[in-house]
Design a protein around this ligand. Structure first.
Ligand code: GDP
Ligand code: MG
Length: 596
């Protein structure tokens, strides 16, 4: 164990984490230059396209240090998005140290601070690395100042590096060996392994990535998952080097994977502890909590996709994504579908994209919503995951909504713009602090519903791309909220109902009917759109019918041919949903999100 080092790289997005990880693998001979695809750690296509890492993985590197000893380094990757905060905390819990990467041209950003705090909470040895020093605009002195003032670390301990140009790589490896302590733990104690990631492999079944705290595990070990008590027999243990490589055993201090013919990835819960079923450890690793969705949305089949197709696709997809929850739901407007729970909005987009791309599913997604807690006059507490199910106002005592705690870092020139934006989003300022001469760190509590959709884009626009933003869930607070319904030709479309703050209700209602008028195609009859609260109409608009002679001019010919053409046109339009006689496009369902 003296020769093992377990570490992560933490950074704001784009500060060079994947590039440095590749460089470390290359330097230690784990990958050859020619083998290096774009970035090996980001395996999924979508991840690579979006430039973010979703799956945590752990790579074992061998490094012969200047002291002539050979060390085993485990580089544990962490997801780079706020939706996956809990997963980040579990992978950091598997480490003794972290490289804190800071882009020398950008300086400290919101995620730098958020991940730094997470690493501190886990008591990790933190090695600051000033990256991208090959760029002419690198300002090392400014970053050093920030490291001292904002993080309270000794700037002289920072390593100057460039993952891209290969500068400082050996310094980083030496620092890992010399500054990060070896793991503690005992091989002779009962097995205790922390699960920090999982994935599904069609050959091995559900695979757990683990850090062995105590004991040893090998093929044939009867293991028990402590949160559920379920037992399995290990079929394989190993490590990524960087390819999946079978090993004889994993021992205290090691990081690697365990396969045990587990069929359902839901049995492998991140943060759970694996122990020896015959000789169990007394206490699990602290900090386990079941994955909890923060955002819900309805997914409904459309086009040629049937409910059964969607159900099969969700079943298959969720084998590899334990964080997704779904239950059948029936909407008077949309028919049978699923109410799905996601960790956040990005998670939702990923699920939607992969269902469409990998399972050839056509979907309508309703506007996502947070989870509301309703206290009724009878004294009950109800969790509302679907706005259409909000109880009648006469029964409601209070509605509580989730709040986030947000960090925003911005150049001081844009502080006014940021404040204005956050105020529009009902944010409450907690603190205001200069982190260097021209940069301000602002802390806010903001209702989660207000940042769900385009807050990040708006923030970037308001600050010409300079501000950064990170958040975590904070608490539930009462809000003056009302349910707004949308009526199409006099009928409430349940899938379009949403919750809004009373002060914004009129503006939002107006906005939505205007947006919907733009996106609903003209049909053979007039379409009336109304936003209502209870029986009160807040705003309305109409889509004028197509004129019959226009149709005739367009298509000419006899009526059956006309009908056929219309039919064909309909099929060609993806993501449309027929509501009674009216056809609604996907945009209509999402116009709620875009309304201010
Ligand atoms: P991540 O989001 O932290 O994983 O960042 P990436 O490793 O994907 O890098 C983001 C961008 O910065 C990419 O365009 C990289 O080519 C570039 N980059 C990364 N490291 C360096 C570096 O040391 N120098 C320069 N000039 N560019 C870098
Ligand atoms: Mg990356």
């Amino acid at each position: 164990m003296e020769h093992i080092r377990n570490f992560s790289i933490i950074a704001h997005v784009d500060h060079g984490k994947s590039t440095l990880a590749d460089r470390l693998m290359e330097f230690t001979g784990a990958i050859e230059e020619r083998e290096k695809k774009d970035q090996l750690l980001d395996t999924l296509d979508i991840e690579r396209e979006r430039g973010i890492t979703i799956k945590l993985q752990a790579v074992r590197l061998k490094y012969k240090a200047k002291d002539d000893q050979e060390y085993t380094l485990h580089l544990i990757d962490t997801p780079g998005h706020v939706d996956f905060g809990y997963e980040v905390s579990r992978s950091l819990a598997a480490c003794e140290g972290a490289l804190l990467l800071i882009d020398a041209t950008q300086g400290i950003e919101a995620q730098t601070i958020a991940t730094f705090w997470q690493a501190l909470e886990q008591d990790l040895e933190i090695i600051p690395v000033i990256n991208k020093i090959d760029l002419p605009s690198a300002d090392v002195d400014r970053i050093k100042e920030q490291i001292a003032d904002v993080l309270g670390l000794d700037p002289e301990e920072a390593i100057l590096a460039s993952g891209k140009a290969g500068i400082g790589i050996q310094d980083i490896l030496e620092a890992i060996v010399n500054r990060i302590p070896p793991p503690k733990g005992e091989e002779n104690k009962p097995l205790k392994a922390l699960i920090f990631d999982s994935y599904y492999d069609s050959y091995r079944g559900a695979v757990a990535f683990v850090r062995i705290i105590d004991g040893e595990v090998k093929k044939g070990t009867k293991i028990k998952l402590m949160s559920t008590g379920k037992e399995f027999e290990v079929t394989e243990v190993g490590a990524q080097m960087p390819h999946m490589t079978q090993l004889d055993s994993l021992k205290a201090g090691d990081v690697g994977y365990i396969a045990a013919a587990i069929k359902d990835v839901r049995d492998i819960r991140i943060g759970d502890t694996i122990t020896d079923a015959k000789n169990p450890t007394e206490e699990p690793v602290p900090g386990f909590r079941p994955a909890k969705p923060m955002v819900y949305a309805g997914l409904y089949p459309t086009g040629s996709t049937l409910f059964e197709d969607l159900r099969d696709a969700l079943e298959k997809y969720s084998i590899n994504d334990a964080a997704l929850t779904y239950e059948m739901e029936s909407s008077p407007a949309l028919g049978l579908g699923f109410r799905c729970g996601f960790l956040g909005l990005l998670h939702m987009e990923i699920v939607q994209e992969r269902l469409e791309r990998e399972y050839d599913i056509e979907l309508i997604t309703t506007a996502p919503n947070v989870i509301y807690k309703v206290l009724t006059k009878k004294g009950e507490e109800i969790e509302v995951r679907n706005p259409a199910q909000m109880p009648d106002p006469s029964q409601i005592d209070k509605i509580l909504e989730p709040y986030i705690e947000a960090n925003i870092i911005t150049p001081n020139d844009y502080v006014g713009a940021v404040m204005q934006l956050v105020q529009e989003k009902r944010g409450v300022q907690r603190s205001f602090e200069y982190i260097d001469k021209k940069t301000v760190l602002l802390r806010y509590d903001i209702p989660m519903a207000e940042v769900l959709f385009d807050f990040h884009d708006k923030l970037k626009t308001a600050t010409r791309g300079y501000a950064s933003f990170d958040y975590e869930f904070k608490d539930y607070r009462p809000g003056d909220l009302v349910k707004m319904d949308i009526k199409i030709n006099g009928e409430v479309v349940d899938a379009l109902s949403f919750i809004v703050h009373r002060d914004k209700a009129y503006r939002v209602g107006r906005n939505i009917v205007d947006k919907m008028r733009e996106v609903i195609p003209r049909q053979l009859f007039e379409v009336r759109i109304q936003a209502v609260i209870g029986s009160k109409v807040v705003a309305s608009a109409r889509v004028a019918p197509l004129r019959k002679d226009v149709l005739a001019k367009c298509y000419g010919g006899d009526i059956t041919r006309k009908k056929k053409l219309l039919e064909k046109q309909k099929k060609g339009k993806k993501r449309m949903k027929q509501l009674g006689k009216v056809e609604l496009p996907q945009e209509a369902f999402l116009s709620i999100l875009k309304a201010e």
